[in-house]
Unconditional design. Structure first.
Length: 113
C-alpha cells in the first residue's frame, strides 16, 4: 500500500508541473497579470483532465504495476483525489496573492487568520 501513496505523490507532482510556483513568479510582472491566471487555469484543467482520463482508462495495468492487481478501483479513487488536489491548487494560490485572507473576518465570522 505504501507504493500507492508514493505513486500518488509523484503523479501529483507531474500533474501540477510547477504551475503554482510559476504563478507566484509571473504574477509580479504587470504586463502578465491580466492573462496569467486564465491561461494557467485552462492549461491545468486540460492536463488534469487528460491524466485523469488516462489513469481511469488504464486502471488495470496501473494497478498491476503498483502491485495491487485485485484493487483497480484504488487507481480510480487516486485519480480523482489527484484531480481535485490539482484543480484546487491554483485558485488557492490566487487567493493568497489577492490578499483574500481577511475576507472571513470582515463578514463577521469569529475566525481570525
Amino acid at each position: 500500500m505504501s507504493l500507492v501513496y508514493a505513486a500518488i505523490s509523484f503523479v501529483n507532482i507531474g500533474v501540477l508541473f510547477g504551475l503554482d510556483t510559476a504563478y507566484f513568479r509571473y504574477i509580479q510582472r504587470k504586463e502578465t497579470q491580466k492573462d496569467l491566471y486564465s491561461t494557467l487555469v485552462i492549461s491545468l484543467f486540460g492536463s488534469t483532465t487528460l491524466i485523469t482520463i488516462l489513469l481511469i482508462a488504464f486502471r488495470v495495468p496501473v494497478s498491476e504495476l503498483i502491485d495491487i492487481p485485485k484493487h483497480p478501483y484504488y487507481v480510480v479513487l487516486s485519480a480523482f483525489l489527484i484531480a481535485f488536489d490539482a484543480l484546487s491548487a491554483l485558485p488557492l494560490r490566487g487567493c493568497a496573492t489577492r490578499g483574500s485572507r481577511g475576507s472571513l473576518r470582515r463578514s463577521g465570522s469569529p475566525v481570525s487568520w
